[in-house]
Design a protein around this ligand. Sequence first.
Ligand SMILES: NC(=O)c1ccc[n+]([C@@H]2O[C@H](COP(=O)([O-])OP(=O)(O)OC[C@H]3O[C@@H](n4cnc5c(N)ncnc54)[C@H](O)[C@@H]3O)[C@@H](O)[C@H]2O)c1
Ligand SMILES: [Zn+2]
Length: 357
Amino acid sequence: MTRSLLVEVRASPHQYHVLIESGLLASVGDVVKKQLGGLHCAVISDTNVAPLFGDRVKRSLTAAGFQPELITIPAGEKSKTLEQSGAICDQMIAAGLDRQSFVIGLGGGVIGDISGFVAAIYHRGIPHVQIPTTLLAMVDSSIGGKTGVNTSAGKNLIGAIHPPALVIDDVDVLKTLPRREFNQGFAEIIKHAIIADAEMFAALKDVDLKNLAPLIRRNIEIKSKIVAKDEHDRTGERALLNFGHTVGHAIERAGDYKKFLHGEAISLGIVAACDVSVKKAGLPRDQRNAIVDLLRHFDLPTHLPSDFPREQIFDPLQCDKKFESGEIRFVVTSTIGSAHLSSDVTLDDIREAIGAL
Ligand SMILES: NC(=O)c1ccc[n+]([C@@H]2O[C@H](COP(=O)([O-])OP(=O)(O)OC[C@H]3O[C@@H](n4cnc5c(N)ncnc54)[C@H](O)[C@@H]3O)[C@@H](O)[C@H]2O)c1
Ligand SMILES: [Zn+2]
């Protein structure tokens, strides 16, 4: 068994622990008990994850003296809505959860985001425990406290910053993750390497897929360090995590959230951001090529299909929130391992980079 890894996330005034270990699901109850009181808790999961791990988590919580209520919602991004949050709250009320209760999110980023949002609003905020079950959720969405839901006008428009009380990463759960879902996690890992860790970038090609805990821990450290400087996304520090996301989000939207998984769209967005960085931030071309090679190594897309409607990517960018008052602040890298916001990037640069994809 892998040794247990512990990361302490300090995002003043919030501080929480992330436990990383194989087999942790069986001891969720004991782990949570050390941290939280209360009797009732809601375990929120989806229709793919609940049949795989719901019972194990429930049994462990019951054995530790808790009264868990398993709430299962349909798998997929479509469930991340206000309506679904309301329905979950109704079930929690019916199950007798009160201000002393807590919420466990058992699933990928969709479950992490909606369960965190429910925890943030239920009785004006009760503790949230994240049990991420996708690689993307372990290295990215479970860290940083952003919770929320989508509306017809866009993704994540309604939400709250509600940092988790505890994050429990059982790396064994990744064994059942479909290949594409697994690979998309590497888009965010490669993003972290580009913006903050040249050493990790160099080591990624040879990463031991059978022992992912150290890699997950490193990524949590990178994200939490950035979040700690700017939890509420106000100083520009947290914006660095959006490297590749301006174009990536636009590609996701243009593909109607069906054509590409988030990480796949981000892979394409990273290629575009690298091309902009070569032109405007002095990123050496061989570094740009090494990034593209690494994305391909994890079977991530680096080219758009020839029939993809490129104009549908570019058009909405002109009213993107990051393009406030006509001034574009685009995340660029001058060398692998660091990133900064640039105001030298024009919409034409971005149009050109999308055209080259
Ligand atoms: N809060 C944040 O800071 C943040 C950051 C990045 C992404 N996100 C959000 O995360 C979401 C994407 O997360 P995701 O990629 O994890 O998507 P997801 O939660 O939809 O999970 C992907 C798929 O894998 C299935 N699944 C999950 N774990 C499994 C397992 N162990 N075995 C088998 N199947 C499993 C799910 O049922 C789903 O079908 C988006 O909604 C995005 O907005 C949030
Ligand atoms: Zn992302």
